[in-house]
Design a protein around this ligand. Sequence first.
Ligand code: DON
Length: 303
Amino acid sequence: MDYQALLEQIAADIAPLVGSGTPAEYIPALAAVEPAQFGMAVADLEGNVFGVGDWQVPFSAQSITKVFALALALAEGGDGLWERVGREPSGNPFNSLVQLEYENGIPRNPFINAGALVVTDRLQTLTGDASSELLDFLRAESGNPGLAFDAEVAASEQEHGDRNAAVAHFMASYGNIDNPVPALLDHYFWQCSIEMSCADLARAGLFLARHGLRADGSRLLTRSEAKQINAVMLTCGTYDAAGEFAYRVGLPGKSGVGGGIVAVVPGQCVLAVWSPGLDPHGNSVAGVAALDRFTTLTGLSVF
Ligand code: DON
């Protein structure tokens, strides 16, 4: 497949949408990003990476890091994690608290904020330094040793972090958080602040297309665990728009409020797209459209 020509066609097709939507407003450091940017990259299993537009520009990975944290927590700690977090779509916004009380402090899935806080808590217990462990892993898988936290974004999240603090304390009241909440929040905010480009993200996600194998050929996850993560991405990776995303794109995908989305074609390639304008669910408007275009033009999908 001529991925380069395909990406150029997609960029031309979705150009009218670039700049529509609204960059995340609740984190001032993200609200300041120029909205009229768009990049897309494809990494294939042979190690080639193709890109178009702003595909090498670093942006805030935000909730996309939740996929990588989940993979590490499962790889290092096994599936006991699933006693503390579910695998069902929440049908609610990513930062919602509403289900936690009547579901006894067990979040619906690892990709809403509540679930991601449980995953980071688990990783912290397992490694003693969850955010550094995650950054090291992303550097290794992306092949980019220059990946870094963005201190301004982390501080901005911390300052506007009352909702996440409430979620974490509430779960702690049910005994579902093991580490002190302030330390957990620090790791979570650092995790969200990691800056990556589409090229970095597409490469870093390849272990999910390789059925669990890392860039160096070692095994991170069993084939079955890689399938399980892809399945949870499909059903829960784009929050209360996961049904619409599956309908339009037909691939496991994970979005972040920085405007990035990673999508996996198992056995074939990983796509990463970025455009900061978000829809009301927190998913990139041009990003979803570009992934929709990709699967429509190629027929590549899990369906
Ligand atoms: O927890 C938060 O509010 C953010 N740091 C991450 C949210 C995020 O990316 C959810 N996204 N779509």
